[in-house]
Design a protein. Sequence first.
Length: 344
Amino acid sequence: MQPEFQVNAKQLKEAIKEDIMAGLTPMVASSPGMGKSDIVRSVAKDGQLKVIDLRISQCEPVDMQGYPGTTDKGRMTFYPPEYFPLENDPIPTNYKGWILFLDELNSGNKQTEAACYKLILDRAVYMHKLHPMCFIVAAGNLSTDRAIVNTQSTATRSRLTHYEMVVDSNAWIDWANENLLDHRVISFIKFKPSILHKFDPALNELTFPCPRTWEFASKMVSSKPIIDSLTKIRLAGTVGEGAAVEFSTFTQIYQNLPKIEDIKKDPSSGWRVPTEPSEKYAVTTMLAHNIDEDNIEHMIKAVNRLPMDFRVITFRDIYKRSPNLRKHPVILDWISNNSSVLFD
């Protein structure tokens, strides 16, 4: 797919929302580890929809079209699996409906794929209609990535709307801030966005850096003030050896950074503004992660000591990481005065 027709995570989320509300079934394809499932779950959370996760690669045709049996009149029929919400089923408490997530759709066998035809287009399992508040989303890996992928028939492809997802570091950083990932991981991706996703299907590596594995890395280091030798080994088994070494080296710059306690004590002049780009990126994340409703009027003085492009990065992080601050007078005033650069 040509780059102008590819989507990042933010665009994909909006496209899925619009498609399912129009009664369409989007099919999302990407390299492994880019967060397709997380985006679907985020759409579900926004719409108060319960996710039904079906891995089509592990399904048989009977799982899609129902189990054969007989009626009380001795006629053959198919009984729908209980995981499909049918038109007379009650909507679960605290939900408004469902997302039926057909993950790994292009990894199933041909018979199972064919059994999905009716489900996707007619929204029915045998003679049983799906609930009108059950929305369908499909996903799978790219055939070029050495994942287990089968060529889909034209009959399947024509029943779907298709999107190819690509990595966008800015969209991922927004997501990482919203989900409170470790500030060192976020700082590192800011400093070197190209390492967010480095996947080469020609290499026979055990693992590689991607949005999924950086999330794992964040969990691994969140309780580790210093990356010791064992943690570095664990990181190598998570994001790959090269990325683990680079990240571990990057975290060492924190030893040269001003202490957050000093910044809080005297944000105007009590700390040295770094000159190295890597240190500036680290400071932006440090500030964003330590600004709250009680200290923002005081800490804004520290933010304003940074060069303008790094101030913008800091405010973007605050805006995503602390939704409760979005309407704070300090934030609104800064956005009003700097909107042309903040949302460029």
